[in-house]
Design a protein around this ligand. Structure first.
Ligand SMILES: Nc1ncnc2c1ncn2[C@@H]1O[C@H](COP(=O)(O)OP(=O)(O)O)[C@@H](O)[C@H]1O
Ligand SMILES: N[C@@H](CCC(=O)OP(=O)(O)O)C(=O)O
Length: 385
């Protein structure tokens, strides 16, 4: 790197870290791996240390929302589970037992510092649907107004395989977006993003990520070391991408570095916020946090209409359908070469699509009834990739 470029990078990093330190509202996410002992119990010392840091930031006038994982991990020991269960129902049962224990630990530690803990359980749908989205926003705002500390987790009991965050990294990014936070702090068991496997002595810390280009060639692992966390670094990087696109500076470091990170000291990895237009939560979710449940292959005219003109996808432009999806599911929209050009929420079940493909909406309305005049994917539910 040339010295001018180095200087510019250094000042971008300093500005980002200063913005984190002076943030008015901050979302702090802590992962299971940072909250549990190696034998799978809640580590009360870690909870105490974290709460102490958060309480200190509150004293400085910062609004803090905590997104905490650890419910499944905390429920494992009481239920006699030696390792994280694989099936969803057992994970949900463990989360139900563990969430109570987790919140009790936060409540006790916050109360010692004169603060109220407020449990907030959210699902993907709450983030996507306008009414739930507004309700969650209103409640969280009120909690901050009355000086409580929201402790957010995914509502594991009702989340399904299809509509599930699974990790809390991306939920935290959407909460940061929902609450227009100024900074997002992702706390894990690793002190930063590394350019290779962090346990490999040849890997070094990446201290600044200005955009996706800075991640080229970096080996981002999908699993953690201790088998309690989910998603590894992949979901943290995805979370940082969602947050920075929403204009939120994101810092990734270890729970042990929480105080330093919140104070803007030079620890961890800073993902600098982008300055573009603020996308909707639904657009962010479709683009970064979900995979299509099937695909619709578009003819060249439909590719042009969707990708360039940002039009809705009509049945007339579809030549093939794959996968099993229901109305309301996310699907990939591909060109005839198989390149995914957009993702959107589909208005029909997969089984209905073959009878609609290639037909004009007018023909469909006349032959099948007026309800078939609707788009296959409405442009408000679609994001071009
Ligand atoms: N390039 C990388 N840089 C840093 N950590 C990585 C990288 N690739 C994979 N990891 C792993 O990701 C893990 C963190 O993910 P995870 O266990 O899901 O954490 P949490 O429970 O905090 O959400 C780290 O322990 C680390 O081993
Ligand atoms: N809602 C789940 C989160 C699952 C999880 O382990 O997430 P994370 O540790 O953030 O990768 C829980 O509380 O256990």
């Amino acid at each position: 790197m040339h010295s001018a470029e180095l200087e510019q990078t250094g000042s971008a990093e300093a500005a980002g870290r200063a913005a984190v330190a002076s943030a008015r509202r901050v979302v702090v996410k802590v992962g299971s791996s940072s909250l549990t002992t190696p034998d799978g119990r809640i580590d009360s010392g870690r909870i105490r240390d974290l709460v102490e840091v958060l309480a200190a930031r509150r004293t400085l006038g910062q609004e803090v929302i905590l997104v905490s994982s650890g419910a499944v991990a905390a429920g494992m020991t009481p239920l006699g589970m030696a390792r994280r269960p694989r099936d969803l129902a057992s994970q949900q049962a463990a989360a139900s037992v563990g969430q109570g224990l987790l919140l009790a630990a936060y409540t006790a530690e916050l109360a010692e510092r004169g603060l109220n803990a407020a449990q907030v359980l959210l699902t993907v749908e709450d983030m996507m649907r306008r009414v739930q989205h507004r309700n969650a926003q209103r409640t969280l705002r009120r909690l901050l107004d009355i000086g409580a500390v929201p402790v957010v987790n995914e509502n594991d009991t009702v989340a399904t395989h299809e509509l599930r965050f699974g990790d809390n990294d991306r939920l935290a990014a959407l909460v940061a977006h929902l609450m227009r936070a100024d900074a997002l702090i992702l706390l894990s068991d690793v002190d930063a993003l590394y350019d290779g496997n962090p346990s490999d002595p040849g890997s070094s810390v990446v201290s600044l990520v200005r955009g996706p280009g800075d991640l080229d060639g970096i080996d981002i692992g999908s699993s953690g070391r201790r088998g309690v966390g989910t998603g590894g670094m992949v979901t943290k990087v995805a979370s940082a991408r969602i947050a920075t696109e929403a204009g939120v500076h994101t810092m990734l470091t270890s729970a042990a570095n929480a105080r330093a990170a919140l104070a803007g000291e030079r620890v961890g990895t800073l993902f600098a916020a982008g300055g573009g237009r603020r996308p909707s939560a639904r657009q962010l979710w479709l683009a970064h946090a979900t995979a299509g449940r099937g695909s619709l292959v578009l003819d060249p005219g439909a590719v042009e209409a969707v990708a360039r003109e940002k039009a809705s996808l009509l049945p007339a432009g579809v030549v093939r359908v794959t996968g099993e999806f229901s109305a309301g599911d996310p699907v990939d929209l591909c060109d005839e070469q198989g390149v995914v050009i957009a993702r959107g929420l589909v208005n029909y079940d997969a089984a209905e699509v073959p009878d609609l493909m290639g037909r004009s909406t007018r023909w469909l309305a006349r032959e099948l009834g007026p309800s078939y005049e609707r788009e296959l994917v409405h442009r408000d539910d679609l994001v071009v990739l």
